[in-house]
Design a protein around this ligand. Sequence first.
Ligand SMILES: *Cc1c(COP(=O)(O)O)cnc(C)c1O
Ligand SMILES: [Zn+2]
Length: 417
Amino acid sequence: MHSGSDVESTLIGIVCSNCGHRYDADQLLTVCDECGKVLLAEYDLDRAKATMTPEALAGRPWNLWRYAEIMPVRNPEHRLTLAEGGSPLLNVDRWAAGVGLSNLLVKDEGRNPTGSFKARGLGSAVSRARELGVKVIALPSAGNAAAAASAYSARGGMDAVVFMPKDAPEVFKAECRALGARVFLVNGLINDAGKVVRENGESRGWFDVSTLKEPYRAEGKKTMGLELVEQLGWQVPDAIIYPTGGGTGIVGMWKAFDELEKMGLIGSARPRMIVVQSDGCAPIVKAFDVGDRHAPLWEGADTIAPGIRVPIAIGDYLILDAVRESGGTAIAVSDAELDAAMRSVAEKEGLFVSPESGAAFAAAEKLRAEGKLAERDRVVVYATGSGLKHTDLIGGDYPVLDPNDPNIGSLIDTAYA
Ligand SMILES: *Cc1c(COP(=O)(O)O)cnc(C)c1O
Ligand SMILES: [Zn+2]
């Protein structure tokens, strides 16, 4: 049985997704020197497929490095893990039946270390940065990326410096501090925090692991697609619904399907990739609707789902290409809709998901109502984070009881009614 730890990465280069310029992979890279766009990792897939077989995978642990052949870290000692990944595919049949879908599955990412799928991207990026000699990483984040970066940096004995919007939920600030990170709050949104990192990090020797501004976070997110296909018995679903901010997940999963096809593990069929945003911050949806490949900055971004409050995305063209090539779509839901969906999935199915995930459920309901999803379509909703970090959204008062109050019975009956 292989633990996966003796498996070699087949990383052979880094390629610009826009101009095609090639780079030696074993150096620290950010964005393309030639055009400023997103760099992606490339593997020797002929070599990878010799050992990354379904039979070999069956004996490996469920973490990022299960797929080590097509992951970027060469030395197993740098493969940091907190047992991220391996998230279950759950059915939510009662909820799904209520919206007219009979074949919906949820990839429950909320049970990852630090409570979101950001563990995958940062687990990968921090591990690779460590292998390339980085001591301090820095990043802007709405919260989950900062928490994951803090955790994996601590795991690797490195330092993390995180920059969050001042109004980020308190739990993320405390979580990062508990995990040993330096926490800065920025007046503004995530793109403003990004500017602070860009202008102040390099001179201090901090390596910037912003979304898609280095090649390896997307590799970690890619494992969401690899796992999904493996869990479905080497099949792709009909549609994937994904709450989209910077888009690393869409870009990573799209890349995963391409690599799996080249390795002969799946055919040419692809799921329809469906982007969901909040109507208070929907740059990708707007660009999709008007037929553009670029999404300009969304002014006045506002939503209760912090992970998708991303007004501008460097990988906009990659997200939009994946959506269009797959025959997918992009849809906005209101905060009221995503909040209601978050609550109803929790109440009906025992699954307390984040508001971003609520957006994905709300989109499933809407797309079914519009006839864009068929009743029997196999739909996979990505529940990207746990609701436990968003208890502030739940609200409401609780009846307080005095155990010696003679009227306690009627108080209970009134409240329970
Ligand atoms: C970051 C985040 C997203 C958006 O992810 P991208 O891959 O950057 O588009 C969605 N949901 C949650 C909970 C997040 O933390
Ligand atoms: Zn380029």
